[in-house]
Write a protein that binds this ligand. Structure first.
Ligand code: SUG
Length: 420
C-alpha cells in the first residue's frame, strides 16, 4: 500500500562540530565543541523508534564513507589512504573537516521526491541534491545517488543524478507538498532564495524549476523565501515552514510574499489549511533557536496529525505556549511530542532535517533500508560497539580515530549485507 515513509539518516561515526555552514547559526556557535557521535546516533535511532511507535513506516539511509579520501586526492594529497588522511589533517585542518563531515545525516537534503501521483509518467521521481553552496555538502551527492539508486531500484521509481553545480539545490529542505491523502495527486511547492542578503541563498530558482521539469510535475508553485528569514538564520525553508497532507504550518515571515502564496494555494487547493504563526506570538529568532518548524508533521493512522519537535521547542517559553494553544484548539494538529536530537541540533539539524519523506509502497523499497524493532536493536548494538564516543578539535589529527570511523562503517555495511 502506498504511504509516506520517513527515511532518517543514520548519524555517522565522524559526527563533529567544524562550523562549516555559513548562515547556519547553530553550526557557527558550536564550531570547535566536542561532539558525541555514539550518543548522536543513538538519539537518531530513538527518534526513528518513536515515529515507528506512532504506527508509521520508517526507513533509514546510511552514513557516507568519511573521511572522503577520493575528495582529498582530488585536492592533491597523495600516498596511501592513511597518509592522505594524515597529511590533509595536518596541512589543512579546514579542508580535512570538509572531507570528514557526517553531514549526510540530514537526509532532507539528500534529494527531492515527487510521489508517483504527481508525475506525468506515474513513477516516483527522486533527484539527488547537489548541495553545491557548501563545500562539505557538495561532495555528498555521488554517494547519495548511488545509495538512492540501490534503495529505490524498483521500476516504480526514477532516480536522477544531481543538477549541475551552478544551480544550488538543497533537496526536500526547500520543498513542500500539499495533498488530500499522501497517495493522491498533490500540489508541490518549491521554495528558493535570492542572492544579495547577509548569507548565501542555497536554493536557486532555476534548480527548483529544473527538478519540477525533470520529474514531470505540472501542479507546482515556485515561491521565494523571505530575505528576512534567510538573514535571521533560516538557511533552509524547512527551518521556518513544514507541510503535510492539507496543512501548511509556517512562520509569518517565512516567505517573501505570504499573501500571494496563500491566494495561490487557496485557488489550487481550496481545502488546504494554512496555519501561520505570527511574529507577535513567536519571533523569528525564537523559531530559529527552537526549530519549531523543523518538526515532523505526521498523519497518524487514525487520520489526525501530530508534530514531532526537538526538545529545544519545549524549552523555549514562547514556542511552548503557542504549541499548547495549538493542540488544545480544534485544528488538525492534535499532539506535540518532543524528542532529544541535541547532537544534531547543535549543527543546525532538527527532526525534519534528519528525514527524507518518500511516498511509496514499502514493498517496492529495498528491505535493507526499512526499519523494524529487530533491526533497530541491531543498529543500536552496532553503534554502541563501533561509534567513537567523542570527537573534539584535538582528535581531528588522530589517525586511530579515522581508522575507527572507517571500521565502524565497514561493520555497518557488513551487518546490513550492503556494499556501497
Ligand atoms: O547543511 N549543517 C547542515 C544542517 C542541515 C539541516 N538540514 C535541513 N535544514 N534540512 C547544513 O548546514 C554543519 C556541519 C558543521 O558545521 O560541522 C552542517 O552541515
Amino acid at each position: 500500500m502506498i504511504r509516506e515513509i520517513n527515511f532518517d539518516g543514520l548519524i555517522g561515526p565522524s559526527h563533529n562540530y567544524a562550523a562549516l555552514s555559513l548562515g547556519n547559526l547553530a553550526s557557527a556557535r558550536h564550531g570547535g565543541a566536542t561532539s558525541r557521535p555514539r550518543a548522536a546516533a543513538l538519539q537518531g535511532i530513538a527518534k526513528m523508534r518513536f515515529v515507528m511507535g506512532l504506527g508509521l513506516t520508517q526507513g533509514f539511509l546510511l552514513p557516507l564513507d568519511r573521511s572522503n579520501v577520493g575528495f582529498l586526492r582530488q585536492m592533491g594529497f597523495v600516498g596511501t589512504d592513511e597518509q592522505v588522511i594524515a597529511r590533509a589533517a595536518a596541512e589543512d585542518p579546514r579542508l580535512f573537516a570538509t572531507a570528514a563531515s557526517a553531514s549526510s545525516m540530514w537526509t532532507a537534503n539528500a534529494a527531492t521526491v515527487s510521489p508517483a501521483a504527481d508525475t506525468e509518467d506515474g513513477r516516483c521521481h527522486i533527484s539527488a541534491a547537489n548541495l553545491s553552496r557548501m563545500a562539505h555538502r557538495s561532495i555528498e551527492h555521488p554517494e547519495t545517488h548511488a545509495q538512492l539508486a540501490l534503495a529505490f531500484a524498483d521500476p516504480a521509481f526514477a532516480v536522477h543524478e544531481a543538477l549541475p553545480a551552478a544551480f544550488g539545490d538543497e533537496g526536500a529542505a526547500n520543498f513542500m507538498r500539499l495533498c488530500e491523502r499522501h497517495d493522491a495527486p498533490g500540489l508541490e511547492i518549491f521554495v528558493f532564495g535570492e542572492e544579495g542578503g547577509r548569507f548565501p541563498a542555497r536554493q536557486n530558482r532555476r534548480a527548483s524549476e529544473a527538478i519540477a521539469r525533470r520529474h514531470g510535475v505540472s501542479n507546482a508553485l515556485f515561491v521565494a523565501q523571505s530575505q528576512t528569514a534567510i538573514d535571521a538564520g533560516a538557511f533552509h525553508n524547512d527551518v521556518v515552514a513544514v507541510a503535510n497532507g492539507n496543512v501548511l504550518f509556517a512562520h509569518e515571515h517565512a516567505f517573501a510574499d505570504a499573501a500571494g502564496l496563500k491566494a495561490d494555494i487557496a485557488r489550487r487547493m481550496p481545502d488546504a489549511i494554512y496555519v501561520e504563526v505570527p511574529a507577535s506570538a513567536v519571533s523569528l529568532e525564537d523559531s530559529i533557536k527552537s526549530y519549531l518548524f523543523n518538526s515532523q508533521l505526521l498523519t497518524l493512522p487514525d487520520g489526525s496529525m501530530a508534530l514531532v519537535l526537538p526538545k529545544e521547542a519545549e524549552e523555549t517559553p514562547s514556542v511552548k505556549a503557542w504549541l499548547a494553544a495549538l493542540v488544545a484548539g480544534n485544528g488538525p494538529i492534535r499532539a506535540a511530542h518532543f524528542v532529544d536530537v541535541r547532537e544534531s541540533m547543535q549543527n543546525g539539524g532538527g527532526p525534519a532535517c534528519l528525514r527524507l519523506r518518500v511516498v511509496a509502497d514499502p514493498a517496492r523499497v529495498d528491505a535493507r533500508f526499512l526499519l523494524d524493532e529487530a533491526n533497530a536493536d541491531r543498529l543500536e548494538r552496532l553503534v554502541e560497539r563501533w561509534w567513537p564516543e567523542a570527537i573534539g578539535p584535538a582528535d581531528m589529527t588522530n589517525a586511530d580515530l579515522w581508522r575507527q570511523v572507517k571500521a565502524a562503517r565497514k561493520a555497518l555495511l557488513s551487518e546490513l549485507e550492503l556494499s556501497l
